[in-house]
Ligand binder design. Structure first.
Ligand code: TYD
Length: 221
């Protein structure tokens, strides 16, 4: 039976990357075999695609080109790294996955959720299976707080920051839309203290592991 596929989602400064490390440490101590990885990137070809997407000189990139590149990077990373680990029964924790594309490309860039779904279903299908996450943890925080955390300063936002803010407000709305549509997504209030956020994330993961282990025990009977 496959392992467990967990993805972490959220806007900038939501703390998901810090929580990812916490989860890996705690689960590893408990004896689980955990793989921590991230998107976009994680393997050589996907890292090369990431470099094209995130190159600040590429200001003229068309939104659909961007969406296709994210999907291409996703597929390469999935088949090369995620699927083999799942087949070995590992818990895979991936920092960003398909829900990032729904929120950023589908909603914030205005491509539309169904176009992103079609494109990504093509990218994440392998051996007749569509690789949606078993659990997607969405770390929800007001972008103003998130961006302030990123810049590590409490002063007022500049004009440029404000433009950013508008975009990130859209990203948040996108995530909330995906959340309302998908059972596999669970929301965590990331405005709370880091300790609380880490504990809540752990509890969600623990519940998913328990459910999986219960299923496995039926298989043995
Ligand atoms: P990264 O530096 O990894 O940021 P973070 O620490 O916030 O994850 O950059 C990833 C950027 O790519 C981030 O701004 C979100 C964006 N992104 C998309 O727009 N669509 C996607 O499908 C993915 C995976 C990421």
């Amino acid at each position: 039976m496959d392992g467990l596929f967990i993805t972490l989602e959220g806007g900038e400064g939501s703390g998901k990357t810090t929580v990812a490390k916490y989860l890996v440490e705690r689960l590893t101590k408990e004896g689980y075999d955990v793989l921590l990885t991230r998107e976009p990137g994680g393997v050589k070809i996907a890292e090369q695609i990431r470099a094209v997407i995130l190159d600040t000189n590429n200001t003229d990139m068309d939104p659909r080109t961007e969406a296709i590149l994210y999907a291409a990077s996703r597929r390469q990373h999935l088949v090369e790294k995620v699927i083999p680990a799942l087949k070995e029964g590992k818990i895979v924790i991936c920092d960003r996955y398909i829900d990032s594309s729904f929120a950023y490309q589908g909603f914030a860039r205005g491509i539309g959720m169904s176009a992103i779904k079609d494109l990504n279903n093509f990218a994440i299908t392998d051996g007749g299976k569509i690789y949606y996450p078993d659990l997607s943890l969405y770390f929800d925080v007001d972008p103003e707080i998130g961006l302030q955390r990123v810049s590590q300063r409490g002063d007022e936002l500049t004009r440029l920051d404000k433009e950013k803010l508008e975009f990130h407000d859209k990203v948040r709305k996108g995530y909330l839309t995906v959340y309302s549509l998908n059972e596999y997504m669970k929301m965590i209030d990331a405005s709370k203290s880091l300790e609380e956020v880490e504990q809540e994330a752990y509890d969600r993961v623990r519940a998913a592991i328990n459910k999986r282990e219960e299923l496995l025990s039926y298989d043995k009977n």
